[in-house]
Each structure stands twice: as structure tokens, then as C-alpha cells.
Design a protein around this ligand. Structure first.
Ligand SMILES: [Zn+2]
Length: 267
């Protein structure tokens, strides 16, 4: 057992009565987690309106929103934490991005939607975000990169105290939070399983990551700055699908559905 792991377990034992540790259902490992799942939900709900506005507001198309939500809910339902209050919103932001708040609010940008080609690809990106919620990566990164006291102060107070950051400032930082490459790998791998369970072709995930990496050669891609690409991302996704889901070789993808519900409506 490594020193770090010993330290985590000892810390967990020490604080178990005041707070707790949580098992990450994706890795099966116990991690130090200072927030309860209910607090995750509270934080997500507190910042969702601010972040939605900062991302250009929701796209004003009820049918489009219903469609995004239907695809998102289908992969969330097959996740390790189907009970979280997931909510999927397409926002007007032109950059290529998708992001998840603790506890369930998930956003995907118009810029990203216009680059996707199939419903499987949409399911892939949403399943990846669902996995971040499941593994509680957002809360962990907020503690590290912003400071949980700052995040929580904006949750519990209507007005931030002098010297503290406003909800808008914290919101901007949350949008720019970056995950670790290990967290990205966890979300890719778990997302593949959620997709297949929900009836999607997992190659959609591989295609999205290929598209993003190619687009990154031309301009900077917000998704990749907040979701940094692990080494050999496309290769390990491909290897995982071939090994676990050989039945998807040569399976048709849901192109027509996506075109009708997204591209035809946005173009
Ligand atoms: Zn990610």
C-alpha cells in the first residue's frame, strides 16, 4: 500500500465522525470527500443559473432541449448514480464545450452540437459528463482549485462578504475548472459502458474525441482545456470498445435522428 493511500485511509478514519469518505463507484476506491452527495446537489443548483447565463443562456427551442434531455437522461439512467437530479441544457455559447456541475446540471454548447454528426456522438459526450457527476470530480476539483469555503460561501449567502468572490466570479472559475487526465480517463471508460447500456453505439465516444483532437489543431478548444486529453485517448477508447463490445463492429449509427433533431433546427 502506498504512503499516499495509507494517508488517505488514516485521514478518512480520523474524520469519519464529522464528515466522511466516499467510494468512487467508477474506480471502486475510497476517496477523501468532504462534501455529502446532498451538498453536491446544493452546489450544482446554486450555480446552475449563473453558469447557464455565462454560457449564453439556454437555446430558445423547447423541442431541441427536450431531445438533448432525453438522450442525456437515457445515459444517466444506466450510470452508477441514476438517482441524481440530472438536467441537460443546450446553451448558446459558440465555443466547443460541455460541462457538468456537481449533483447533476449538465450543459452542452451550440458550438459543440454543430460539430457532432450522430446521436451516438451526442450520447458519448453527455455520458462522459454524467461520469464526472457520478465520480464527483467537480466537487473534488472545486476544493483544490477554488477552495470549498469560497464555493460554499456563495451557496449559503445571498451577498458575498467584503473581499470574498461574487457568485459570478466563482461561476467563471467553475467554467474554467480543469479535470486531471486520470479523471478524464475514468469518465471516458465509464461513459462507454453507460452508452452501451442505454443502447448507443460506443464508437460515438471515439468519434467525438477524434473530432475534438483534430479541431484542436486549427484553434483552441475549450472542452480540451477543461477536459485535458489523456495520452493515447483515442487508442484506449478504441481498445476498450473492441475488447468489451465486439458486437458494435459495423453497426449503424443514429445519424438521421441527430440531423433531424439538432442540425436541421440549428442551421
Ligand atoms: Zn471530462
Amino acid at each position: 500500500m502506498s504512503y499516499i493511500r495509507k494517508l488517505i485511509i488514516i485521514s478518512c478514519l480520523a474524520i469519519i465522525f464529522v464528515s466522511g469518505c466516499a467510494v468512487n463507484p467508477i474506480t471502486g476506491k475510497t476517496e477523501l470527500m468532504l462534501l455529502s452527495p446532498d451538498q453536491d446537489i446544493e452546489i450544482g443548483q446554486a450555480y446552475a443559473p449563473e453558469i447557464k447565463e455565462q454560457l449564453g443562456g439556454p437555446i430558445d427551442d423547447h423541442q431541441l432541449q427536450q431531445y438533448i434531455n432525453r438522450v442525456g437522461q437515457s445515459v444517466a439512467a444506466t450510470s452508477h448514480r441514476p438517482e441524481m437530479p440530472y438536467e441537460f441544457t443546450a446553451v448558446n455559447e459558440e465555443s466547443l464545450n460541455a460541462l457538468a456541475l456537481p449533483g447533476g446540471p449538465i450543459f452542452i454548447t451550440k458550438g459543440m452540437l454543430l460539430q457532432l454528426e450522430t446521436e451516438d456522438q451526442l450520447a458519448g459526450i453527455l455520458a462522459h459528463e454524467v461520469a464526472h457527476v457520478v465520480a464527483r470530480h467537480g466537487a473534488a476539483q472545486m476544493s483544490r482549485q477554488i477552495g470549498m469555503d469560497i464555493v460554499l460561501s456563495a451557496v449559503v449567502r445571498d451577498e458575498a462578504p467584503r473581499g470574498a468572490m461574487t457568485v459570478a466570479q466563482v461561476g467563471r472559475q467553475i467554467i474554467n475548472l480543469s479535470y486531471s487526465r486520470d479523471q478524464e480517463r475514468q469518465s471516458d471508460i465509464a461513459g462507454i459502458d453507460y452508452m452501451v447500456e442505454a443502447g448507443y453505439n460506443p464508437y460515438g465516444m471515439q468519434q467525438v474525441m477524434e473530432m475534438l483532437e483534430q479541431a484542436a489543431g486549427v484553434r483552441s478548444i475549450e472542452f480540451l482545456s477543461t477536459h485535458p486529453s489523456p495520452e493515447n485517448r483515442v487508442q484506449y477508447i478504441n481498445a476498450r470498445i473492441r475488447e468489451r463490445y465486439p458486437q458494435f463492429d459495423n453497426v449503424r449509427t443514429r445519424t438521421q435522428d441527430y440531423n433531424r433533431n439538432v442540425l436541421d433546427r440549428l442551421n
